[in-house]
Design a protein around this ligand. Structure first.
Ligand SMILES: *Cc1c(COP(=O)(O)O)cnc(C)c1O
Length: 394
């Protein structure tokens, strides 16, 4: 098992088999290595490991066998050379910024990214002399126009939250590279089971493992996947020094999450597609946002770029905020929570929760209407999910 080149295997197989190097105990399932430090064979061995001349564990802030197994597995699944685990998705994004940016640099970021990502770039990196311009995700010309001589990278999520807009990763990678910039993709919504940004030309992938990689809402974690060169020069030194490490226990949970990722994502997509089609037929629903629908503005791009359309559906109620809140409050089974990527279906009202801190004008510009509802479609029977929503639609 140790000698297999997992690059030759399919994603479903890598997800189950890769990364675990069986110990002298011959265990079948990956153990959790709860040790902060490791013992060196000699003073010379310690010195060589510290300089990196000899591989091996040093200290669990930056080397741990369970975390390593997760990193190796996710790197293979994303078709990247190397992956590093982090304490959360935000810690992974923070590491990319800390590793790559310096005072005076510039970032171009999609307006439609996770709210804390906006705050991180604007308020925190901004404090240290990094400026960020925000552009519409699907407006390729606006991305190109926003690039300056000091732009270091472009940052996006696709599909976007909550409107499921799709960015053309290959086109934006070409634009970034023509200007000497990197393209960073937050692949949280699709996961490698549906979309491989590095194959499309992106340079770095960030993940919130908290979502579909765990898949059952248990642990918070994140990851960065990139070339050996980027990881070794920019990200690993920051992880080692900054210390926002993934815990061995969380890595162990995420390893088993990855084992079922492909089957879960397929089931999430099937349920979401069925729900989106059904919602389109419901009176009171003004618009359904789902990349699988022919009515979606980037439907053709989604077909090309993703192997399936994802587990997130959002829709606008003609009755505005009152109708949206009524629908949410009439649910009995579906969980009212802003989290997503869980086997449990969750429902949220973006205008008053995830996007509630935006001004009404900024919300309107982002297309977040007061009647918008977002559902992260879980794996319960689709008939039960529909019945739960129908009560509030009636
Ligand atoms: C949740 C989320 C994050 C942040 O991840 P945490 O694990 O909560 O820190 C980043 N990006 C996207 C798209 C997310 O959904």
């Amino acid at each position: 098992m140790q000698d297999i080149d997992w690059n030759d295997y399919a994603l479903e197989t890598q997800a189950i088999r890769a990364g675990h190097k069986r110990s002298h105990e011959d265990e079948h399932s990956m153990p959790i290595f709860t040790t902060s430090s490791y013992v060196f064979k000699s003073a010379e061995d310690a010195a060589l490991r510290f300089t990196g001349q000899v591989p091996g564990n040093i200290y669990s802030r930056f080397t741990n066998p369970t975390v390593n197994a997760f990193q190796e597995r996710l790197a293979l699944m994303e078709k990247g050379e190397r992956c590093l685990g982090f304490a959360s998705g935000m810690a992974a994004i923070m590491a990319v910024g800390m590793g790559l940016l310096k005072a005076g640099d510039h970032v171009v970021c999609s307006r439609g990214v996770f709210g804390n990502t906006v705050l991180l770039f604007q308020n925190y990196f901004g404090k240290f002399g990094v400026s960020t311009d925000f552009v519409g995700l699907t407006d390729t010309a606006a991305w190109a126009a926003a690039i300056k001589p000091n732009t270091r990278f472009l940052f996006l999520e696709t599909p976007s939250n909550p409107l499921t807009e799709i960015a053309d990763i290959a086109a934006l990678a070409d634009i970034a590279h023509a200007h000497g910039c990197l393209l960073i993709v937050d692949n949280c919504f699709c996961t490698p089971a549906l979309q491989k940004p590095l194959e499309l030309g992106a340079d770095i992938i960030v993940h919130s493992a908290t979502k579909y990689i765990d898949g059952q809402g248990r642990c918070v974690g994140g990851a960065v996947v990139a070339s050996e060169d980027i990881i070794e020069k920019a990200i690993y030194p920051y992880l080692r020094t900054g210390g926002a490490s993934m815990s061995p226990f969380n890595a162990w949970v995420f390893l088993s999450g990855l084992e079922t990722l492909a089957v879960r994502m397929k089931a999430h997509c099937d349920n979401a597609f069925a729900l989106a089609r059904w919602l389109e037929q419901q009176p009171g629903v003004a618009k359904v946002h789902y990349p699988g629908l022919a009515s979606h503005a980037q439907h053709a791009l989604a077909q090309r770029q993703q192997s399936h359309f994802g587990g997130i559906v959002s829709f606008e109620l003609a009755g505005g905020k009152a109708a949206a809140w009524q629908l949410i409050d009439a649910t009995r089974m579906v969980s009212i929570t802003a989290n997503l990527g869980d086997v449990k279906t969750t429902i949220t009202h973006p205008a008053s929760t995830t996007h509630g801190r935006l001004t009404p004008e900024a919300r309107a510009a982002a297309g977040i209407e007061d009647g918008l509802v977002r559902v992260s479609v879980g794996l319960e029977a689709i008939a039960d999910i529909k019945a739960d929503l129908l009560r509030g639609l009636a």
